[in-house]
Design a protein around this ligand. Structure first.
Ligand SMILES: NC(=O)c1ccc[n+]([C@@H]2O[C@H](COP(=O)([O-])OP(=O)(O)OC[C@H]3O[C@@H](n4cnc5c(N)ncnc54)[C@H](O)[C@@H]3O)[C@@H](O)[C@H]2O)c1
Ligand SMILES: O=P(O)(O)OC[C@H](O)CO
Length: 332
């Protein structure tokens, strides 16, 4: 039987651990706090992140990472992007010599501008072919409620992608394999930034035409960046691109969209942050790193630039709209 460990018991880590258990994989969830592990083992619930969801009885949990990692074939990294490096430095020594490392995070590291798979292979000192990513239209709570969805498992080593696919396929969760790690990661990081823009638009009272325009032009700039970095356009037309953009940009469950909406309604960055209940809207930091990555590759990303300016340079949402609409007209 395949043995997996999920490191990080936030909303997605907990949900993905449930998916693995439902797929028949032997899975242990690592939690930062031992009281959360106790609640999962004794009450089959993560009250902080998934209140009201009954977790499988077969799901074990511990706050001891050495114990959790012992014998794991698949090591799932489920902490936010900006904390991945620090956490992985503590875990790396306990990871098995042939384990596959699977990233769930959707972001670009600040300062280094590395994708999560690059951070993982650097910090854990593993060949990139041992690192996989999972990305798609995957709002955690809908999946915890067993509403059907699909996702992409990408790894340059197809056999590893297929092993992960098998470990997490259930009647409500359908994983597809892909070898385009770069495309999947860029899709996941950029859609959070575009969802912030959609939330901002909604917050100032704009309607569906504006949201559709942001999604479509957001996809155009995401494809430009993905392809410039070596990713493939068809990946971004798939679940990890369009699929995730549509889900995140439209859903009130999205932390990024909700965060943007608060900014549009006039909240400051600090008060929007305070309203997230300890959960992370990745796009708030990634808008800056995606913008820098694009600049380093000569890629134009006007929406990402505008989101960065609203979040970090005090630009008002209405002024950002004016700047975007005032750009030189051009062919599609
Ligand atoms: N929630 C979703 O619907 C969803 C779906 C797909 C992908 N993701 C991605 O998965 C990653 C994890 O998201 P999540 O929703 O589980 O996050 P979350 O905000 O719900 O929880 C974060 C988890 O990481 C832990 N953690 C460890 N070190 C941390 C640190 N230094 N700072 C903050 N938290 C720390 C927290 O204790 C918590 O268990 C993110 O990159 C997110 O974009 C989330
Ligand atoms: O809640 P968000 O905005 O972090 O989005 C969650 C997932 O990434 C959706 O696929």
């Amino acid at each position: 039987m395949t043995k997996a460990v999920v490191l990080g018991a936030g909303s997605w880590g907990t949900t993905f651990a449930k998916v693995l258990a439902d797929a028949g994989t032997d899975v242990t969830l690592w939690t930062r706090r031992s009281e959360v592990a106790d609640a999962i083992v004794t009450r089959h619930e993560n009250p902080d992140y998934l209140p009201g969801i009954t977790l499988p009885a077969a799901l074990s949990a511990t706050a001891d990472h050495q114990k959790a990692l012992d014998g794991a074939d698949i090591v799932v990294l489920a902490v936010p992007s900006q904390s991945l490096r620090g956490n992985l430095e503590r875990w790396a020594g306990a990871i098995g010599a042939d384990a596959t490392l699977l990233s769930l995070a959707k972001g670009i590291e600040s300062v280094t501008l590395l994708r999560m798979s690059e951070v993982i292979s650097q910090v854990a000192a593993v060949d990139p072919s041992r690192v996989a990513v999972l990305s798609g239209p995957n709002l955690a709570r809908e999946i915890a409620l067993e509403q059907p969805t699909a996702t992409v498992v990408a790894c340059t080593d197809e056999a590893r992608a297929m092993a992960i696919q098998k470990s997490c396929a259930t009647g409500y969760f359908r994983p597809y394999t892909n070898t385009d790690v770069i495309g999947c990661e860029i899709g996941g990081a950029c859609k959070n930034v575009i969802a912030l823009a959609c939330g901002m638009a909604s917050g100032i009272g704009l309607g569906e035409n504006t949201i559709a325009t942001l999604i479509t032009r957001g996809l155009a700039e995401t494809i430009r960046l993905g392809v410039a970095l070596g990713g493939k356009a068809p990946t971004l037309a798939g679940l990890a691109g369009v699929g995730d953009l549509v889900a995140t940009c439209n859903s009130p469950l999205s932390r990024n969209r909700s965060f943007g909406e608060r900014l549009g309604l006039g909240d400051s960055l600090e008060s929007a942050q305070a309203a997230t209940n300890g959960q992370v809207a990745e796009g708030v930091k990634s808008c800056t790193s995606v913008r820098a990555l694009a600049a380093a590759h000569g890629v134009e990303m006007p929406l990402t630039d505008a989101v960065h300016q609203v979040c970090h340079e005090g630009l008002a949402v209405r002024d950002a709209v004016g700047i975007l609409l005032g750009r030189r007209v051009k062919p599609e």
